[in-house]
Design a protein around this ligand. Structure first.
Ligand code: PXP
Length: 312
């Protein structure tokens, strides 16, 4: 057993686990333990394997666990709105979210998410149309439940529509949809989209009455708003995390499938990714920010070289 203080031990174990030639090392500390939850079924299976005296049995059990783990691992949807935000700051043609979505997919994105806002402040109609043709993973169209947006979705046929609340004055989506208060309107929109075989997800706060209303309006998916968890102080974080975990379990019991997103970062994502039943995490701001951090040096070097050695 390794020390609790070295988070890299967990990562080393994970790599060793995936590499069949590496010596067997046991997880020093489980991710769910770090996230202060009860043991998951995977932890339980790992502990079973670790108690086995026979090396062959251990390897067999580990392989089985690995397959299960891959199956239950949450997938990653990348929200690329911020790329369009930079383009629209100059109303120019770069950076192009359509071209860069391809890089996100090469990097391992399981899906591309764009929010076509009523005021078209970032993503444009042209982006959505082209992305429909170029995205090889899955295209998730975030939109308000308006007749204009429904018309566009029915024309584009994205792989999923996520309905979100929208206010012109907000910087980003604030709070989840109030499904309870807008039941009849949402029921109609979900029905129209479902008739075109577009799966619909509702972006909601992790609250029981919103989950129950989501079932009533005919949605098959919900995306749980993780904003409160992301912004919580150290003192209230565990409470917010518990709300998301309980809502995930409750949603599954109600027959809903569960995604989550908003405000997730490299620092706070693991506890959400470790929730059993969580299918996809939609992440934007932190990944686009990080891409600037990891790419800026190279971009400056390229410009420096051109200025130093101009083609005459
Ligand atoms: N999910 C929904 C419904 C959103 O509106 C957004 C932000 O556009 C995200 C996920 C991604 O949030 P963030 O940019 O904070 O990662």
């Amino acid at each position: 057993m390794g020390s609790k203080k070295d988070p890299h031990q967990d990562i080393n174990w994970f790599h060793a686990w995936r590499d069949p030639t590496a010596p067997l090392v046991w997880p020093p500390i489980s991710k769910t333990y770090l996230c202060n939850s009860s043991f998951s079924s995977i932890d339980w299976a790992v502990s079973l394997a670790s108690n086995s005296k026979n090396a062959t049995t251990q390897v067999k059990l580990l392989n089985k666990i690995q397959i299960e783990y891959t199956l239950v691992m949450a997938s990653l949807g990348i929200n690329i709105d911020h790329i369009a935000n930079i383009r629209e700051a100059r109303r120019t043609i770069e950076p192009d979210p359509v071209q860069l979505a391809f890089l996100a997919e090469i990097g391992g994105a399981d899906g591309i998410t764009v929010h076509l806002r009523e005021d078209r402040r970032h993503i444009q109609d042209r982006d959505v149309r082209l992305l429909r043709e170029t995205v090889k993973s899955r295209l998730n169209l975030e939109m308000a439940a308006t007749s204009e947006m429904v018309g566009i979705a029915l024309e584009i046929i994205p792989d999923m529509v996520t309905l979100v609340p929208e206010k012109r004055e907000e910087i980003t989506t604030e709070g989840g949809l109030d499904v309870v208060a807008n039941e009849s309107q949402l029921q109609l929109v979900v029905k129209q989209l479902n008739q075109a075989e577009i799966p619909v997800s509702l972006f909601i706060d992790p609250i029981q009455k919103q989950l129950e209303a989501s079932v009533r309006v005919g949605a098959k998916w919900v995306e749980l708003h993780t904003g409160n968890y992301a912004e919580a102080s150290e003192k209230t974080k565990l409470k917010e995390l518990a709300r998301i975990k309980e809502s995930t379990a409750m949603a599954r019991t109600l027959g809903l499938r569960v995604n989550a997103g908003h405000g997730l970062t490299y620092h706070n994502v693991e506890c959400i990714a470790a929730i059993e039943g969580m299918e996809e995490l939609n992440i934007g701001h932190t990944i686009i920010s990080r891409s600037i951090a990891v790419g800026l040096k190279e971009a400056v070097q390229e410009m420096r070289n051109l200025i130093k050695n101009p083609r005459r």
